[in-house]
Write a protein that binds this ligand. Structure first.
Ligand code: NAD
Length: 367
């Protein structure tokens, strides 16, 4: 028989113990032998509303990796949705498997049934490895899904709204750093010119910025160069060494790390990529010490979730863009808090999210 201490330790190391680390409300493990579905849905916090966050399909090498990922990502959604001022909590789902070889209509529809079983407490959307067609299958089994094609009443590609939000956040950062929100004449490197990066480049070029671009795919670079002949293509390996005013990571996470912080010469970091700081606490502090103004990723890239929220709240693209405009003020307020309290900007953003959740939790019980 286990002692009480052994029982406590076993819980602490298991999935329920891990849920306790960031106070997750509910985690649903989904299995279906017939379709091969193995998925985890994590609901972090529903104080502000139903937990919204995308579904990622990834070939995790171990279940524990999938659990860690879904717990981390769902918490991130709570913070993103809270700071964006949306009436949404945070959630996320992961499907364990290779998106190129293991996806099928039956698997996605079975997953849709699991989402439906949560009766709207979790609302799903697209993420890495999942496309609009997959969401159509999910939509056949549940109405608790966003990011479906416009033809089915969805809001379509969120990238233009995300890019617009990053652009206005960059202007807020410029104002904070140089006293003017103009980006004209500023040298800006954009790492990754995919969906978001390419729309961002359009805004920057239009405003008269000198834009440097890097991508791992030649065709992406060629297309962006064709649309904006003034941009300069740089080798991806040298992107961190460029003498620029602003570095805009729009490809991968964790690009702000021990190595790159020794190389970056920029005054501002502001881009669309999720989880830019390899280690939030360490590198969030280091950017501050180095005098780089870091615009927190989940604040500046919230245009995407603002766009999908339009499906939940029933408003259109125009209104979504006007809501994304608020990202300028939200980012500016976070810089102000960071200065006032002498704390890194990522921490100011986290505190802003936590304050809103706490305030809304306190009015919940009132009649
Ligand atoms: P995407 O896949 O369309 O574009 C990413 C681009 O980065 C691709 O062109 C890819 O070739 C390039 N890339 C990959 N590795 C690279 C490297 N090492 N160096 C240079 N380029 C590289 O993705 P996206 O939808 O544009 O999203 C970009 C980032 O923004 C992602 O981190 C995503 O999670 C985040 N984000 C996107 C949205 C959205 O609305 N699409 C919303 C919020 C956050």
């Amino acid at each position: 028989m286990q002692t009480k201490t052994e029982q406590t330790a076993a819980v602490a190391n298991g999935p329920i113990g891990q849920m306790g680390v960031f106070d997750h409300e509910q985690v649903v493990f989904c299995n279906d032998n017939a379709t091969g579905l193995k998925a985890i849905i994590a609901i972090h916090n529903t104080v502000l509303g139903p937990a919204l966050g995308g579904t990622r399909m990834w070939a995790y090498t171990h279940e524990s990796e999938a659990l860690t990922d879904v717990l981390r990502l769902s918490r991130g959604m709570t913070y993103k949705n809270a700071v964006a001022g949306l009436n949404l909590g945070g959630g996320k789902a992961v499907i364990i498997g290779d998106a190129r070889t293991q996806k099928s209509e039956a698997l996605m529809r079975r997953f849709g049934k699991f989402v439906n079983s949560l009766s709207g407490k979790y609302i799903t959307a697209e993420d890495v490895g999942i496309n609009a067609k997959d969401m159509e299958y999910v939509h056949m089994e549940t109405k608790h899904v966003t990011g479906i094609p416009p033809a089915l009443g969805g809001s379509g590609d969120p990238s233009p709204v995300t890019a617009y939000g990053v652009y206005v956040a960059m202007k807020a950062a410029a104002k904070e750093r140089w006293g003017s929100d103009s980006l004209s004449g500023k040298k800006i490197s954009v790492q990754g010119v995919g969906h978001v990066g390419s729309y961002l480049v359009n805004h920057l070029v239009k405003e008269g910025a000198k834009v440097l671009i890097a991508d791992i795919y030649e065709d992406r670079l060629a297309e962006v160069k064709k649309n904006n002949p003034a941009v300069e293509i740089v080798d991806g390996n040298t992107i961190y060494d460029q003498d620029v005013d602003i570095y805009a990571p729009c490809a991968l996470g964790a690009t702000v790390n021990d190595d790159t912080l020794n190389r970056l010469k920029c005054s501002i970091i502001c881009g669309a990529a999720n989880n830019q700081l390899a280690d939030e606490v360490k590198h969030g502090q280091l950017v501050m010490q180095k005098g780089i103004l870091y615009a927190p990723d989940f604040v500046v890239n919230s245009g995407g979730v603002i766009n999908v929220y339009s499906e939940v709240a029933g408003f259109g693209r125009e209104y979504a863009l006007s809501q994304a405009e608020n990202i300028f003020n939200t980012t500016a307020n976070i810089f102000a808090m960071s200065k006032q309290e002498n704390i890194p900007t990522y921490l100011a953003a986290n505190k802003t999210a936590e304050a809103r959740i706490e305030a809304m939790a306190s009015i919940r019980t009132k009649r």
